[in-house]
Design a protein around this ligand. Structure first.
Ligand code: GLN
Length: 499
């Protein structure tokens, strides 16, 4: 762990003048490859997770019903993003971002290797490690990207674009490798390869961590040591409380006092997400200490938050119901060979990589006519809804052409590019400066709700006709578009000058 000490000797100035990675600080390369491997691991695992859970035991799967598989998938993916909130807090107050990323990477590799090991206990333990590890790594690696640049460095936005490419390069390669190995060789070996990917990222991170300089090296202080101690105490109590609640639930269920199934736990998480979102916005809108402008902006943030949750609810079905659709209802013959269903997971990131520069150009080209944030969100939701509309006729068929899903993913990606980067930057602009990091967690809370809903949708895969399932998703998304379109004007007003 030598470099964690060496790094401190690098001055901020040295990092600022550094243009070794495509004109960006060398530290960006460290983070690019760390996140690339982390996403390799995440999306490789996600590409086969639901397929593995519902595959019959005779084929090496877990033999879950789709209802249970969807519930576990929704719970797990929702928790991955939800734990970004405490993950960000731990880095801010206790470890600093650099160490949080390191510990997160270790937990993720351990989690994937647990999934690769036999036995149900190892499966669930693996998922818990993965949730905690991703919660520590994902938000904090992005925070360090921001910290690589001095306050007014014009390279920051393009740095984030390069970083987003890293995400998608990882997401693009891994379904091909882990998906093929998982589906065609051995499910658990697929998770093992995902773990090796994270390990590669971790080794790379440790070897090149010195290039990060002081970015994310230390936890931040509130400026008052007594307040710092108080916050740490509260954090520790909250952590212990969560562990105690978990232990109680496990004990009650083991003792047969309460019947706990994957479905009930997942449903409970749905309610929890609702309560926590209501509490967050009640605080942001009605709490003490906000200025009138901050309150108004919080209302605008709530509109964006709801649209985002609905969008991700449809989009994240790529790993759940649409993955099942690829496996069960799509013709995957290519030159006489049937390619694995998980290979479809390759399509979204390819479109992101191809289209991200087009969108970057588009917004610049439109200049003064550039649509407002809620207008872009309406387009995002509309495209996300249309992506499911085109699946309705396809859902009636037995084994449909792969172009249907490809078309769906194309429209979804167009929607993503209208909404995702816009949303991330909107959160930073609408947030009161003193809760900037927290507001990033609020964005991931909306992603978490979306992932939970995407799992829920998959659990209806067998109990509901597909035309009805996809029609409902399309209908909800399009209804949300109408509501959002009506809200554009007031939302722009509530944004109080934020463009
Ligand atoms: N594909 C992006 C990532 O993995 C965005 C995912 C999301 O925010 N739902 O980071």
């Amino acid at each position: 762990m030598l470099h964690w000490r060496c790094m401190e000797s690098r001055t901020d100035g040295e990092v600022r003048d550094d243009t070794r990675f495509f004109g960006h600080p060398r530290g960006l390369a460290t983070l690019f490859f760390t996140e690339m491997w982390e996403r390799f691991s995440y999306y490789g695992m996600r590409a086969i997770l639901i397929l593995y859970m519902v595959a019959p035991v005779s084929t090496g799967g877990l033999g879950f019903s789709v209802a249970k598989g969807g519930a576990v998938y929704g719970f797990y993916t929702a928790m991955v993003y939800l734990l970004g909130l405490p993950g960000g807090w731990v880095a801010d107050r206790i470890t600093g971002q650099q160490k949080a990323v390191l510990y997160g990477g270790v937990l993720i590799s351990a989690g994937e290797f647990c999934l690769a090991a036999p036995g149900m206990a190892m499966f669930y333990l693996g998922l818990v490690f993965l949730m905690m590890g991703t919660g520590l790594l994902k938000p904090n690696v992005s925070t360090i990207v921001g910290q690589l640049y001095p306050a007014n460095d014009v390279r920051r936005d393009s740095g984030f674009s390069i970083f987003y490419m890293g995400i998608n390069v990882g997401a693009l390669i891994s379904p091909l490798i882990c998906g093929y190995i998982g589906e065609r060789v051995n499910w658990r070996m697929g998770f093992g390869v995902a773990g090796i990917g994270m390990l590669a990222g971790l080794i790379q991170y440790m070897l090149s961590g010195k290039y990060l300089g002081k970015a994310g090296l230390h936890p931040t202080s509130t400026g008052d040591p007594a307040e710092d101690r108080r916050q740490k105490r509260h954090g520790l109590l909250a952590g212990l409380g969560a562990l105690a609640a978990l232990a109680t639930v496990v004990t009650l269920s083991q003792a047969g006092i309460v019947a706990i199934t994957a479905e009930t736990i997942s449903d409970a998480l749905g309610w929890f997400l609702l309560v926590i979102s209501a509490a967050v916005f009640a605080w942001l809108i009605l709490g003490r200490g906000w200025s009138p402008v901050e309150r108004k902006r919080a209302v605008a943030t709530l509109v964006i938050f709801m649209a985002s949750a609905i969008f991700w609810g449809a989009y994240e079905q790529a790993g759940s119901s649409l993955n099942l659709f690829a496996e069960r209802n799509t013709n995957r013959m290519l030159l006489g060979w049937e390619f694995p269903a998980s290979w479809f997971q390759f399509v979204q990131p390819v479109f992101v990589i191809a289209l991200a520069p087009v969108f970057a150009w588009l917004w610049i080209a439109l200049r003064r006519k550039e649509p407002s944030i809620p207008t872009k969100f309406s387009f995002g939701l509309l495209l996300g809804g249309l992506a499911f509309v085109i699946l309705i006729p396809a859902a009636g068929g037995k084994l449909v052409s792969p172009w249907w899903l490809t078309g769906t993913y194309f429209l979804q990606t167009l929607g993503e590019l209208c909404l995702s980067p816009v949303g991330l930057s909107a959160m930073t602009k609408l947030a009161p400066a003193r809760v900037g990091g927290f507001m990033m967690g609020v964005w991931f809370l909306s992603v978490s709700i979306g992932d939970w809903a995407a799992g829920k949708a998959a659990s209806f895969y067998e109990s509901m006709p597909l035309t009805q399932l996809f029609g409902t998703v399309a209908g909800l998304s399009l209804a949300a578009v109408v509501l959002l379109a009506l809200m554009i004007r007031p939302t722009v007003r509530w944004m109080a000058g934020v463009k």
